[in-house]
Design a binder for this molecule. Sequence first.
Ligand code: CO
Length: 134
Amino acid sequence: MLGRLNHIAIAVPDLEAATALYRDTLGAKVSAPQALAEHGVTVVFVSLPNTKVELLAPLGEASPIAAFLERNPAGGIHHICYEVADILAVRDRLRAEGKRVLGDGEPKIGAHGKPVLFLHPKDFGGTLVELEQA
Ligand code: CO
């Protein structure tokens, strides 16, 4: 059911500082910032040979990562994203197993222009899981 690791997301309080850290200190390739109003975050992607790291900063008043950053003021690992071939089939199978899908359960379009869903951390080993249809 699970495909490749698409990215690991790190919430950061200061996207410019985090970009400089990855680009200048660590020497990685970092994308331009992308504002995702529907998700309440601004993201940049750090490209690695085998996967990506997504750096997330809050966007707007009701950002879903605001509370996370209150609990973790220096930032921290926020979620992990796995690729799936058929996101609706995976969602229905997980729901049938009693697993919780966040929001209204309808996929939203994520940072890569592809449908994404988030799964409840309490049902997945204490980790917020994002599924992306690849
Ligand atoms: Co993500």
